[in-house]
Write a protein that binds this ligand. Sequence first.
Ligand code: CO
Length: 137
Amino acid sequence: MKIIGIEHIGIAVKELKTDAPFWKHILGINHTNSEKVESEGVLTDIYDTGKGKVELLESLHPDSPVKKFLEKRGPGIHHVCFEVEDIYTSIKELKENNIQVISDNYTIGAEGYKVVFIHPKSTGGVLVELAEKPANS
Ligand code: CO
């Protein structure tokens, strides 16, 4: 597969209201988007450094993966996302190499990206997201 770069780092927070100001006002990173991502059960707040984004994640449901993560591990780095050229090829290669992919196909993530998650069991302990940028953006 072809990795283009680190797209974003996903950070699980208890509440955007209390945690977003650090990223927005102290670090002064440009806030570019806020979005409900139903497929992941989260409200995201996206900050773009210009060379990789920070995606803050607040859980929308008591049974979302982010909520479960917060209960188990507490707030902190939830996943690392790499931009890929082609999500189809990437998923195919992962499966061919017996890498544990969380869903069989891509889902639509924040900002319309086609995304897939790789289980931490296959990566050395880190939830990894691969994302293909939507056309025309
Ligand atoms: Co993400």
